[in-house]
Design a protein around this ligand. Structure first.
Ligand code: 0O2
Length: 221
């Protein structure tokens, strides 16, 4: 590999990664539009906030090695589907499916895979809805279909997952069993909080259509 080959490879890889950055921009715009439009139509905002991240090149290559994928751009495009990641944080569990349907229903969006870790939580207690979609990205000389992983979760699910992620990395994947079971307990508490918030939310929503003041009904005073 001489210096010119190296430069050419680097340019190809930069161009490849740029496609994922554009895909994040596209999906983020779609979600921001849904947020504003939904708010305008229903006077209610189902989205708390949106985060995104582009997987670091080292993590992409590490995943290719770990999973034994072929080390070329076509194979990476086909197999590593979480290079572009967007996370949507909602207030209530019922918002998650609303967001999912509004994204999945768009004409230029293809759902490649879906994992419902809310209906089927992971053994450690992890909950989230994962959607792998592909969208067209219009480049100066071509159109590419780029995969994006969208994670949709509530504030409570996100709160738990961020702490769990920190602990997992701190112990390099070897979380002591007592801490692991405390974490699973915390996940159950988060799930119970989500249920409680959902039922309060329904009560308030229901209350809106009645003449009785909601505050009396809920004793929020
Ligand atoms: P980061 O830093 O968020 O990018 P794989 O991607 O092959 O390892 P798989 O089965 O293809 O795993 O994907 P999975 O498990 O459906 O989703 C992977 C992503 O979901 C993770 O990305 C996390 O963001 C999140 N996730 C999945 N399980 C857990 C969990 O138990 N705890 C937490 N905190 N997050 C989880 P990365 O690449 O691991 O991390």
């Amino acid at each position: 590999l001489d210096i010119d080959d190296f430069r050419a490879l680097r340019a190809q890889f930069t161009d490849f990664m740029l496609g994922y950055k554009f895909a994040i921009d596209e999906i983020t715009t779609k979600i921001n539009i849904l947020r504003e439009d939904f708010n305008n139509a229903h006077e209610y905002n189902p989205i708390e906030h949106i985060n995104s991240r582009l997987k670091a090149p080292e993590s992409v290559l590490e995943k290719v090695r770990r999973k034994n994928y072929q080390m070329n751009l076509a194979s990476i495009r086909e197999n590593v589907l979480d290079i572009a990641g967007v996370r949507v944080i909602c207030s209530f569990i019922s918002d998650i499916v609303k967001i999912r349907d509004m994204i999945a229903g768009q004409e230029d969006v293809t759902v490649l895979d879906e994992r419902d870790y809310i209906a089927h939580r992971k053994p450690n207690g992890y909950r989230s809805l994962h959607l792998i979609v592909s969208i067209p990205v219009f480049r100066s000389d071509r159109t590419d279909r780029i995969p994006v992983e969208i994670q949709i979760r509530t504030i409570a699910m996100d709160f738990w997952a961020s702490l769990e992620h920190k602990i997992y990395y701190k112990y390099r994947g070897e979380v002591p069993p007592n801490l692991q079971s405390e974490l699973t307990e915390a996940a159950e508490a988060a799930a119970a909080l989500d249920e409680k918030m959902e039922s309060l939310h329904r009560l308030v929503d229901h209350g809106k259509t009645r003449s009785a003041p909601v505050a009396d009904e809920l004793d929020l005073t």
